[in-house]
Write a protein that binds this ligand. Structure first.
Ligand code: ADA
Length: 565
């Protein structure tokens, strides 16, 4: 399943799901003598008993049969973590980062049988600045769907929909990005529709092998707002025509909502109304599927989180599967989506590949998820070197990059630098990860006012404040009334104490628990020694989604609190 709604009625598209040939390889070998396995796509190779901990390269292959000459557009929603794509043995794409999509187009493919080959690599080395041994697991494989589309010489690459309030009704800036891969200049026209409201987007001429964009501001007097309470969604359907033709050449359908998100005087506002964020940090991880989630498990996660009264998810620590974001749009769940970087100290941020890999990740995250109304915050660089001057330069650059693409959402990052942070003036929302009751070096819970004072004195005054992580281990089934560390009782106690302290405080705009579910962690670099059972055990449910004692505590607090302060 590609999205939770139909994305094209004119353009033909096909999900390339199912079993592909697969074999591990040592080098960049794309024509192995034989293939050892038939591997599901989407999927993680660690699910196979012979590849439980395989870290390295592997080749996936399948054939594609075409009846007619056509141009093909391939979209890979997530390959973990590096992909080299070949069509009939010619390289057509290279991509790094498991958690962002990429696409490539091949013009004028002849009819007949063709071979699509993907060399996938999940190994750790200096070439990979973001996927490193960490407190979560970098799986291997084509973890999210692969889509093949037949496109004409011209097609719509993407749309940006930015809603805003105009006097007494909703309006939106709509920007459509068009590609011309043909060898002729083309005169084109665009038409749009939301519900019964149709509108002309105008015309343009695009020279051969060029791109262009058309923008229009349209008022929508009839529509209802999107919010957590009332997540009204609309299909935005854009059709592309050759000028003077009545038959569409191409179309692009996205699902949008009308809402604004602003920050003002220490508060976060949706449609001008203050919200309070209460929710979970969530890793995409499950023992049965690794990081390759089917819809059923996404829905289960959403149901469990909502059952506990959550209204927020932070996609720690990478952009999420679009279908999960579609679900958040539908359910009215607020999303803090963040780029992929967890706990990189200055030395790791100085990896020569770091800045380019982050830049790509930021661009792909913002461009591909721009239209999700549920995303109300963009985040970057969780717990990186925000206490250093060099780190500050990098944070600043990345915020500038994101602001240049999107001014409609507030920006933040989750800091653990306590009163040494140098980057609080760069954000719209100040966010802190803090583990009172768990880590020995975390200041006691009563000291949180020191943090707020520091924030106010160091560039964070008048900005909302979110407690973006807190929690403690609770090893599922380990019970001890004596509250020893690692017991479910101790975890429930910590969660209760932190929620009690931070919820209902006038200067706190949100509490996001670390974490929704336990997750598998890396074996390398000492992680497995620090983490019982090679898991991060701070989930409120375990890896199989069985609730721990803390789940009741969370439900009690989250259900009691309004969605506003
Ligand atoms: C950090 C980090 C999380 C996780 C957590 C923990 O705050 O952001 O990814 O590692 O600590 O469990 O210690």
């Amino acid at each position: 399943m590609i999205r939770l709604f139909e994305t094209h009625k004119v353009r033909e598209e096909l999900e390339l799901g199912g079993l592909w040939d697969f074999t591990p390889v040592k080098d960049d070998e794309i024509s192995p003598e034989s293939y050892m396995y038939r591997m599901p796509v989407p999927g993680c190779w660690e699910l196979h008993p012979e590849l439980l901990t395989y870290r390295g390269k592997g080749v996936y292959r399948r054939t594609i049969a075409l009846m007619q000459k056509t141009s093909l557009r391939f979209e890979f929603k997530g390959v973990s973590h590096t992909a080299n794509v070949y069509f009939d043995h010619q390289k057509i794409a290279h991509h790094y980062n498991a958690y962002t999509p990429f696409s490539t187009v091949i013009a004028d493919v002849e009819p007949g049988e063709h071979e699509l080959t993907v060399l996938v690599d999940n190994s750790f080395s200096d070439a990979s600045a973001l996927h490193i041994p960490n407190d979560y697991y970098t799986y291997g494989g084509m973890i999210r769907p692969v889509v093949m589309q037949k496109v004409n010489g011209v097609f719509i690459e993407r749309i940006e929909f930015t809603p805003f309030r105009q006097e007494d009704c909703w309006a939106a800036d709509i920007k459509v990005f068009i590609e011309n891969i043909s060898q002729q200049s083309r005169k084109l026209a665009l038409q749009g529709r939301i519900g019964d409201r149709t509108f002309d987007m105008g015309t343009c001429e695009i020279s051969a092998t060029h791109q262009s964009e058309l923008s229009k501001t349209v008022a929508f007097p009839e529509v209802k707002s999107w919010s957590g309470d009332e997540p009204n969604l609309y299909l935005l359907d854009i059709q592309l025509f050759d000028e003077n033709s009545r038959f569409p050449l191409d179309d692009y359908i996205d699902r949008v909502g009308f809402r604004t998100i602003t920050v003002q005087n220490e508060t976060i506002l949706v449609n001008g109304k203050e919200i309070f964020l209460k929710g979970f940090n969530r890793h995409e991880d499950h023992p049965s599927v690794g990081a390759s989630f089917p819809l059923q498990l996404m829905v289960q996660d959403m149901d469990i989180m909502q059952h506990m009264g959550a209204n927020t998810v932070r996609t720690s620590h990478y952009p999420n599967d679009e279908r999960f974001l579609d679900l958040c749009d539908e359910r009215g769940i607020y999303v803090w989506e963040e780029n992929h970087a967890r706990g990189l100290d200055l030395k790791k941020m100085q990896n020569p590949n770091f800045e380019k890999q982050c830049e790509d990740c930021n661009r792909e995250m913002v461009q591909s998820h721009y239209n999700h109304p549920s995303i109300v915050i963009w985040g970057i660089l969780n717990e990186c070197a925000s206490e250093t001057e060099e780190g500050r330069r990098i944070y600043k650059r990345q915020f500038e990059q994101i602001r240049a693409m999107d001014t409609s959402r507030p920006l933040t990052f989750a800091s653990n630098k306590w009163v040494k942070d140098l980057c609080l003036d760069l954000v719209d929302i100040v966010s802190y990860n803090t583990y009172p009751g768990w880590y020995w070096d975390t200041p006691p819970i009563d000291d949180y006012h020191k943090l707020v004072n520091y924030k106010n004195a160091h560039g964070g005054a008048n900005k909302p404040f979110i407690v973006s992580e807190f929690g403690g281990d609770g090893i599922y089934g380990y019970r001890d009334e004596g509250l020893s560390k690692g017991s479910e009782e101790k975890q429930a106690d910590i969660i209760g104490a932190v929620l009690d302290t931070f919820m209902g405080k006038p200067d706190v705009s949100g509490v996001i628990i670390w974490q929704y579910c336990d997750c598998r962690i890396s074996q390398e670099d000492g992680w497995a020694i620090n983490r019982a059972c090679s898991r991060n055990n701070k989930g409120i449910v375990d890896r199989y989604r069985r609730p721990k004692l803390a789940a009741k505590v969370v439900k009690q607090y989250f259900e009691r609190a309004a969605d506003q302060r």
